[in-house]
Design a protein around this ligand. Sequence first.
Ligand code: 5GP
Ligand code: ZN
Length: 112
Amino acid sequence: MLDCIFCKIVNSQIPSKKIYEDEELLAFHDIHPIARVHFMIIPKIHVDSLERCTAIHQPLLGKMLLLAPKLAKEQGLVNGFRTMINTGHGGGQEVYHLHVHVFGGDASMPRT
Ligand code: 5GP
Ligand code: ZN
């Protein structure tokens, strides 16, 4: 996707603070963190959102979620963390390239 910010990050056309990369996934710090630690896990292939996922994406989604606790721990979130997948306009999604937010590390976290 030519105009997708996250595809540009995948292709190193836009810089990012990467914390993890493999053949399918990339993780990097959010440019506007909402917690002391805030990063995102994205697939390298372009998928608009969770709504656009099908059974084909099931292994990829599983891999993204299983990576979250591993990276959270590496980033110092030893007491837990929050995950968030904003989906579509109603879900507050701003960047239409599937991503899982992982954040935490502050003294208190609101319940919602
Ligand atoms: P959404 O609302 O789509 O779930 O979240 C998109 C996130 O991407 C926002 O938290 C925003 O701060 C982050 N973001 C937008 N543009 C960039 C960028 O160029 N680099 C990084 N690292 N994060 C970005
Ligand atoms: Zn993209």
